[in-house]
Design a binder for this molecule. Sequence first.
Ligand code: SAM
Ligand code: SF4
Ligand code: SF4
Length: 360
Amino acid sequence: MSYERTIGSPCNSTAGGGRAQLDSESGTPRDRLGRALRELRVSVTDRCNFRCTYCMPLEHYSWIPKREILSFEEITRLSRLFVRLGVDALRLTGGEPLLRKGLPELIAMLSAIEGLDEISLTTNATRLVELAEPLRRAGLRRINISLDTLDPARFEALTRRRDLDRVIAGIDRAVEVGLTPVKLNTVVQRGVNDDELVGLVRFAVERGLELRFIEFMDVGTANGWRLDQVVSRAEILQAIAGAIELEPLGRLNADDPAEAWRVRGSACRIGIIPSVTAPFCGRCSRARLTANGSLVTCLFAASGHDLKGRLRDGASDDELLDRLRQIWRARDDRYSEIRFSETGALARREGKLEMITLGG
Ligand code: SAM
Ligand code: SF4
Ligand code: SF4
């Protein structure tokens, strides 16, 4: 690898100030807090067949017009440029990425990018029974599936859809075709699904899955987030450890936001992503490309930087690379750390982009 991974917590040590930029013109850019650019999340659509209460704004949202959605060629060209700047992991997301027509074709195009070590996908799994095998054949190796509950009535209340059986069939299909280890993502909300954590771990153990619990976050503007709905890392751990024996594994790699444990006597690993109670902005090396070609440098941003315009105006690769470097070097986002430090008066930024636009 041609650059060093960012470890430690530069946000804590350089609050309000900029660490010296370590990059050269040809290397990976460092942002104002010294963080390298390592991972790209690409939203391939803002459309979704679910209406999850914590994610989907039911009103006040205008869908991105089709003509503005990046083509596969445009996504691939930009991804290749990001890889030249140091990105080695790319995750496709949305909205619901499996709704994007021809997705296996995009995976095949991205798989051909030299220097890209990993392509993964986050999905609600409703279309996985049909698509798992073509995706695997196209080069996808890893998949994250969102599942917050195993209770059909609760599932319907959370997603406003009755597709739990289809989701479980999709999970089983992903395992069957070898997209392993399949990782489940569970957003934990107090009074909604916090009584199901042990059941979800047992479900994961039985099927040979990994499972990551995510603290409920104040993304977007529409989910009515309140701090008292957040079930903290400590509470999640306590709820599980009362019934299941866990062996701590620590952080599996320096950039990983999740701390991991193994369920004793099984291969099942569980993780907790404590975005609210133990923010990890200091290690955040992630950029997001929206479906309409905007580069967003933080999940809680109010706006992004348009790349599509330049792309469609005929910018050269060098011009685009310069723009990407410039945007990354100016980055000083650390929203979760600020939210954390302002206890009581939480930093609630107005007008944040919605999760379905950004790509979760
Ligand atoms: N539709 C796909 C899915 O649900 O997996 C991909 C996009 S979704 C926006 C990506 C991830 O963001 C999902 O795992 C979802 O649970 C998570 N997410 C959405 N809103 C969230 C919130 N308010 N707090 C924490 N995670 C959230
Ligand atoms: Fe759709 Fe995923 Fe958001 Fe649910 S979390 S509404 S499945 S994009
Ligand atoms: Fe990264 Fe922004 Fe989340 Fe901090 S708040 S970890 S900078 S996405």
